[in-house]
Every structure is written in C-alpha cells, then in structure tokens.
Design a protein around this ligand. Structure first.
Ligand code: OAD
Length: 233
C-alpha cells in the first residue's frame, strides 16, 4: 500500500550492508563480536576510553572507504523529487546518505564527528580519535565519538515525533526493530493514520506492526519502491 503525502523514512544498518558495512545483529554482526557493555555505553567509555576509541576508529575507517549503494541513491532521488514533506531519519552513524546527496537526521549520532564529554562542543573527527585528543573549545582531554550510546537520549526526537504525527506514509528500511525509541516509530505513525511499510531481507521484531512488507536486499527493493512512489506522486 502506498499513499501520497508526507513521508517519514527510517533506515538502519541493513541499508548499508551492501556497501560493505557490518550490521549489528545479523550473523557475524558487530554485537556478535563485541560486547555492548564494553564499547557502546557511557560507563564503558569511563572505564576504558582507549578500547571504545579503537572500536569506533575501526568503524570510521571502514565507513570512510564505503560508497553508497543503489538504495541510498534511490532515497536521494525520492528526497529531491517528492512534492510533499519527507524526513529521512537514520539510526546509522555512517555518512552514506550524505555521500549519495541526501539530507538525513542522525538520531544515533555520526561517526565522522567528535564530541567533548566535558563541554559538549562538536567538531569533525580525525580518522583516529584518541584519549590524547583535546577539545578545540575547552582544551580538556575528553574527546569522544559523537555517538549516542546505550542509556543516552537519541538526538532530534522532537523533530522526528512531530514529523511522525504528520505523516501519511512511514517506511522502515533495514532495521531489526530491536532498539527503542526507533522501534516504536511505526506505532506513532499508525496512530497518526499513516500507511506503513517495512523493507527488509527478512522479518524483523516489528514486522507484525507494519501493514505492508517488501522482502529482499535493499539495493533492489528500495529503488523499485521509490520508482512506484514517484510514479504515483
Ligand atoms: P541491526 O543489525 O539490528 O539490524 C539490521 C537489519 O537489517 C536486520 O533486520 C536485517 O535483516 C536487515 N538487513 C541486513 N542486510 C540487509 C539488506 N541487504 N537489505 C535489507 N535489509 C537488510 O541494525 P539496526 O536495526 O540498524 O545503535 O540497529 C539499531 C541500532 O542498534 C543501531 O543504530 C545501533 C545498534 O546497537 C547504537 O549503537 C546506539
């Protein structure tokens, strides 16, 4: 089912998988190789900042060389041509939406940015961020990746919730539906009377909540779905 009108699109790690970036919860995903409690919480950073930096430095280096795939490009075309409001929200911390020319709201932060844990100043991250780095604003040795860790508040929630309350179509692409608040966006959209569609390789934890499902690799399903939407606009 598709409906013309305002659209909110949520993307997850699955959209970047065919660009060579690891997902989190698939077989051999990042959380099969690393413990969340050791690399993705404020407590982990307080205990062992060097280990946390190593983890995100590796992610950043992978992302620096990755190129957007057909799914990212299709969303860029949709964002450029769609005649109504379209908010692209991503849980991804890579910059593949931007590399393809889209504007995306990064609710879980951005690998390419650094954040001062002391004064909240943000700046472009070097490829390797370390405990030696000082904040350009306050000079403290408190540089951290600008990533929303478990236990922290995702960014831009006000704007996202307001777009969901005013949307006619909500699409979730390549996300397992296991991490809130993003996993709850489909319910927000349904409450607003929106049509909902999930695009994924397989069923997710939230599949039951979506009215429509499109199954397959994002590089194939997203361009086809975008083509159908634009032909109806
Ligand atoms: P997950 O790794 O949990 O889920 C990836 C989803 O993508 C799965 O549902 C796969 O079936 C699907 N998938 C994999 N390859 C695909 C492909 N080629 N085409 C379409 N779908 C594909 O990743 P997220 O749902 O993004 O947060 O994870 C959410 C959050 O959990 C992340 O932002 C991260 C993580 O912990 C933080 O680090 C705060």
């Amino acid at each position: 089912m598709t409906k013309t009108g305002n659209i909110v699109i949520l993307t997850g790690a699955g959209i970047s998988a065919e660009s060579g970036l690891s997902t989190f919860r698939d077989e051999n995903g990042l959380w099969a190789q690393h413990r969340i409690e050791e690399v993705a919480t404020p407590e982990a950073f307080a205990r062992n900042p060097a280990r946390v930096h190593r983890f995100y430095n590796a992610r950043r280096k992978q992302a620096l060389h990755a190129m957007p795939n057909a799914a990212h490009h299709a969303l860029t075309e949709l964002q450029q041509k769609w005649p109504y409001d379209l908010l692209l929200v991503t849980q991804n911390v890579d910059d593949l939406h931007e590399k393809s020319g889209s504007r995306a709201v990064h609710m879980h932060g951005a690998l390419m940015r650094a954040l001062c844990a002391a004064c909240a100043h943000r700046w472009d991250s070097p490829a390797d961020l370390s405990v030696e780095d000082t904040c350009p604003a306050c000079g403290a040795h408190t540089a951290r990746p600008d990533i929303v860790w478990f236990g922290e508040m995702p960014y831009h929630m006000q704007d996202i919730l307001s777009a969901l309350q005013n949307c006619d179509l909500f699409a979730a692409i390549g996300t397992s539906g296991q991490v809130y608040p993003a996993a709850g966006f489909v319910q927000e959209a349904l409450s607003a009377g929106a049509a909902t569609v999930e695009l994924n390789l397989k069923d997710s934890d939230m599949s039951y909540a979506f009215q429509d499902q499109i199954t397959g690799p994002a590089s194939e399903t997203v361009p086809q779905w975008v083509g159908r939407l634009l032909s109806q606009a």
